[in-house]
Design a protein around this ligand. Structure first.
Ligand SMILES: Nc1ncnc2c1ncn2[C@@H]1O[C@H](COP(=O)(O)OP(=O)(O)OP(=O)(O)O)[C@@H](O)[C@H]1O
Ligand SMILES: [Mg+2]
Length: 311
């Protein structure tokens, strides 16, 4: 069974500043046990989707089911089965990380013994041990965020909504969070995670959706997204070429004091030969997920502008 099923989901915010169509007839399925990623520019509609799917916001039209349960009509039932890290949430300032996790588990119905044991495990896994007894108001931003993520990951809820969970975390902490998320999935949770770190999306998710302007532009694996842009190779030249010369081969951008071009396998030989003739160092490698994302979303924005769709 699908863990999440959204059908023709739309949301129009009707505010003082006018109407904003944040989601436009979105269909999306997430299978049970998936670690599903949500990518998209600022304002694409990711948080709006999560708020609706978790019963925090009512859609303008369309429906979402979680494990076959309609979120709108049976929201109480749904709430018992989910946990959410909201975008830019704040901890309770007077409670410690340990208290956050343990109290949350008790409120969700865990026995005191289970709550204690799970809290021990999560506090350790999230690198919070040295801060476990420090009130949140004395913790840095990244540690406060870790506390919120720890609470939710400890819950073992069937569906975890993680809206930019690693925001503001250092690279060590991010990796600890990835491990704890993977652990939750192995234990049976389904996860929907949003992130602007494309390396994180690539490392962590088994499927992802790219949304732009309230539409799903792409759904599939990170690998397939990279091959979809049809530019599977990146070549970096340490100078010696002009942008005009490289443009016929693919997208060009300035990087590390030289130029990078994203191109197809068939053009690589020609380009490396030209570089060697000019005695210029050239580095060849695969296109990153970030580059594939920029190309896909960039094209969609251009098409929109060409149609006069952007207002
Ligand atoms: N409460 C609101 N009232 C009016 N417009 C809103 C409201 N919340 C969001 N929007 C608008 O809806 C659109 C989608 O916003 P949303 O927060 O879902 O984007 P997002 O993909 O989560 O972006 P980010 O990556 O910045 O978190 C944006 O145009 C935003 O300005
Ligand atoms: Mg958001």
């Amino acid at each position: 069974m699908d863990a999440l099923r959204a059908r023709s989901l739309s949301k129009v915010y009707d505010g003082r500043r006018g109407r904003v169509a944040a989601l436009d007839h979105v269909d999306l399925d997430i299978r049970t046990g998936q670690l599903f990623g949500f990518l998209g520019r600022n304002g694409a509609g990711k948080t709006t989707f999560i708020k609706i799917a978790s019963g925090l916001l009512i859609p303008t039209s369309g429906s979402v089911e979680l494990f076959g349960v309609d979120v709108r009509t049976r929201v109480r039932e749904v709430r018992e089965r989910i946990a959410i890290v909201p975008q830019e949430g704040k901890p309770f300032y007077h409670l410690t990380p340990r208290e956050h996790v343990e109290e949350y588990l008790l409120v969700r119905g865990a026995s005191s013994e289970t709550a204690r044991d799970t809290t021990d495990r999560i506090v350790r896994a999230m690198g919070l041990t040295p801060y476990a007894s420090t009130p949140a108001m004395f913790l840095s931003g990244g540690l406060q965020q870790r506390t919120l993520v720890a609470m939710v990951l400890a819950s073992g809820a069937e569906f975890l909504f993680l809206d930019e969970p690693t925001l503001g975390m250092d690279p060590f902490a991010r990796r600890q969070v990835w491990d704890v998320i993977r652990h939750a999935v192995r234990a049976g949770s389904t996860v929907l995670i949003t992130t602007h770190y494309l390396d994180e999306a690539e490392q962590l998710t088994d499927e992802l959706a790219v949304i732009e302007g309230g539409h799903v532009l792409y759904k599939g694996s990170a690998e397939a997204l990279k091959s979809k842009v049809r530019r599977e190779v990146r070549l970096h030249f340490d100078g010696g070429f002009s942008t005009q010369e490289l443009t016929p081969f693919g997208e060009v951008y300035a990087e590390r004091g030289g130029l990078t071009v994203m191109t197809t396998r068939s053009r690589v030989e020609e380009l490396t030969r030209a570089a060697l003739e000019r005695r210029i160092a050239v580095t060849v490698g695969p296109v990153t997920l970030e580059e594939a994302f920029l190309t896909l979303v960039g094209r969609s924005i251009e098409e929109d502008e060409a149609e006069g769709g952007a207002t």
